[in-house]
Design a protein around this ligand. Structure first.
Ligand code: CNA
Length: 238
């Protein structure tokens, strides 16, 4: 384990083309539950499974129930970036890191100071009307009660990619570009189970792929380094 951490640190120190690709595990040390850990959202009792509530058809059918889940489980007041978010922002400033590609919707990379953040699944810090597409501030959806409505009568929705919806093609092609060109690719805090995001890993062409995750992933055998450790702890050492 120690050797792997030292190797990763060396790769980063010697490179100006590191790309980070992460998921919900990056934010658990900030107090936001992920989906698939034992204490993640998939293992909590709810009337419907989270992947059903977070689907486009469910949102259309029952926006009130969607918003109950959204406000109770996705919006957590007072969360702050942790050591992983903060170190990644520093690595960008120091000229080592070119982009953060995230599946997270919590805005914590930007809160830490990262500038080039590609949000594959959008952000709960933005909202818009599902009918006329007028933008709204996040408070409108993240606090209060009931279903927020636009002056046109449409339901206001978070600017996130729900299950059954396609990813933003522009964000996806930028992510592909960074991963294809990367010298060092660090993948962290993701179970690599959600497609098409998880498939991005296949576009990496280098030989410095580090996978940092608490549990094993289906892609461990693709990686040049596998580190099963808390990502915040790891980033405080590199
Ligand atoms: P996931 O499927 O829940 O996997 C998370 C992975 O992170 C698991 O394999 C854990 O073992 C691992 N993990 C948890 N904590 C740590 C830690 N401290 N250090 C290292 N590894 C850790 O989540 P994915 O991101 O892979 O799945 C993609 C979904 C989850 C995306 O659509 C996200 O939008 C969605 N999500 C996002 C958030 C958020 O924005 N913070 C929270 C919950 C879910």
């Amino acid at each position: 384990m120690e050797d792997a951490v030292l190797t990763l640190k060396k790769w980063i120190d010697e490179s100006d083309n590191v790309v980070f690709f992460g998921g919900a595990g990056v934010s658990t040390e900030s107090g936001i539950p992920d989906f698939r850990s034992v204490d993640g959202l998939y293992n909590q009792k709810w009337k419907y499974p989270p992947e059903e509530i977070l689907s486009a058809s469910f949102f259309e059918r029952d926006p009130a129930e969607y918003y109950r889940f959204h406000r109770e489980k996705l919006v957590i007041d007072g969360v702050k970036p942790n050591r992983a978010h903060l170190r990644l922002a520093e690595l960008e400033k120091e000229g080592h890191l070119r982009a953060v590609i995230t599946q997270n919707i919590d805005g914590l990379h930007q809160a830490a100071g990262s500038k080039n953040v590609l949000e594959l699944h959008g952000s709960i810090l933005r909202a818009y009307c599902s009918r006329c597409r007028r933008p709204y501030p996040a408070e409108v959806i993240n606090h209060g009660e009931g279903v927020p409505r636009c002056s046109c009568g449409g339901v206001i929705r978070p600017d996130i990619v729900l299950y059954e919806e396609p990813l933003d093609q522009d964000v996806m092609s930028k992510a592909l570009h960074y991963i294809r060109q990367a010298e060092v690719l660090i993948i962290g805090g993701t179970s690599l189970n959600v497609y098409p995001a998880a498939g991005l890993i296949r576009y990496y062409r280098g030989n410095k792929l580090a996978l940092v995750n608490l549990s094993a992933t289906p892609y461990d055998s693709f990686a040049d380094l596998v580190i099963h450790q808390k990502i915040g702890e790891l980033f405080s050492r590199i």
